[in-house]
Design a protein around this ligand. Structure first.
Ligand code: NAD
Ligand code: MG
Length: 349
């Protein structure tokens, strides 16, 4: 553990896997996170049972991976720790199903805090409520584990009924490979609110709007759709990769002086103080539950606006030009791979 940061940070040596020794872990859901947690836990020597509906098409995948599968209720009944890895919108219904078989001293484990934080699931006071949330899609959680590497993650304890919920959470984080990379302590509130704000204002919402507005500005001014696509969408990856590796500084160092001067003098004019005010509004809607209520109601109504917005996004001109251009890139990549294969074969000979 280090105290350099505001939130404590844990590594392998801080975690004791023996807290899972006599426990059976039920992993409910076998999607992105579910398949990775279940297999990593099993490879770490933990007794795992996967919980899926009788009708689930993932049942055969579980068996092919050498794991046991039961219904969510039966799996939860057998388990001391239940990891809830079905989609967030489905979790309240699945919890209703398993609540009768949760016993005092059991642990209810999540990978995102939404349903607990917004009161959609209200576990009884005699169970632990923990969160271990890898900061990565499931296929990377699995791949990293297999390569003896870790995936950074978050740990939070919302209810400590047994007095060792924190140790149990850390043991779980170790068993899925997160403490190899580092685990940050947080709360359900902090994880949920920062996650929602980040995906809405910056990562998913903010970035796509920036890309579309830039693309439309160029196309409306008479430039070609291909050039607009390259400039406003394709090149974004190169810029983000640099920021990921070495922060804003590495990006500014890597681009030309002209790009740096132009960006530094113009960026704040695009995303200005009024954008900042709207970010604060969006954060307030996350904090006061407005967004959560809206999303829950939207789901109850069969997702009408979600479907409409999704359809409009799919039909944006940038998607059509992108599809055509990416087909050309793929041709380029394949050629490159073939070239590499050739080199390798020659080298092996
Ligand atoms: P997912 O959509 O990939 O998989 C969910 C699985 O749940 C499905 O494969 C299916 O097996 C099962 N399922 C679906 N409907 C069900 C139902 N009605 N009853 C029972 N089982 C059902 O989900 P995911 O992305 O792995 O998300 C699981 C949890 O992990 C969520 O809380 C999510 O917020 C969190 N999380 C996801 C990621 C990510 O990158 N995907 C990252 C961190 C945390
Ligand atoms: Mg997220």
């Amino acid at each position: 553990m280090t105290d350099e940061f505001e939130n404590p940070l844990y590594y392998d040596d801080d975690a004791d896997e023996s807290y899972l020794d006599d426990k059976t872990v039920a992993v409910l859901g076998y999607g992105s996170q579910g398949h990775a947690h279940a297999q990593n836990l099993a490879d770490s020597g933990v007794d795992v049972v996967v919980g899926l509906r009788e009708s689930s098409s993932s049942r055969s995948a579980v068996k092919a991976d050498g794991l046991r599968v039961e219904t969510p209720k039966q799996a939860a009944k057998e388990a001391d720790l239940v990891s809830v890895l079905v989609p967030d919108t489905v979790q309240p219904a699945v919890y209703e199903e398993i609540a009768p078989v949760m016993e005092a001293g059991d642990t209810l484990q999540f990978a995102h805090g939404f349903n607990i934080h917004y009161g959609q699931i209200e576990p009884s006071e005699d169970v632990n409520v923990t969160m271990v949330a890898p900061k990565s899609p499931g296929h990377l959680v699995r791949r990293n584990y297999e390569n003896d590497e870790g995936t950074p993650g978050l740990l939070a304890v919302n209810q400590d009924a047994t007095g060792d919920a924190h140790d149990i959470g850390l043991a779980y984080a170790k068993a899925i490979g997160c403490t190899r990379a580092g685990v940050v302590e947080t709360t359900f509130r902090e994880e949920t609110e920062t996650d929602l704000f980040g995906e809405q204002a910056v990562l998913c919402g903010g970035v796509t709007s920036l890309v579309k507005q830039g693309y439309e500005t160029l196309v409306d001014a008479g430039y070609s759709r291909e050039m607009a696509y390259f400039e406003c969408l394709n090149e974004l990856k190169l810029i983000v990769d640099l920021m990921y590796e070495g922060g804003l500084g590495e990006m500014w160092d890597s681009v030309s002086d002209t790009a740096e001067y132009g960006g530094l003098t113009r960026g704040d004019r695009v995303v200005d103080d009024s954008a900042r005010e709207r970010m604060e509004e969006i954060l307030e809607e996350v904090q006061d539950g407005t967004f959560a209520r809206q999303w829950i109601t939207e789901n109850q109504a069969g997702r009408p606006s979600y479907k409409r917005l999704r359809h409009a996004e799919k039909n944006h001109d940038i998607e059509a030009v992108g599809e055509d251009l990416r087909a050309l890139f793929a041709w380029g990549e394949e050629a490159e791979t073939e070239e590499k294969e050739k080199t390798r074969t020659t080298a092996d000979d």
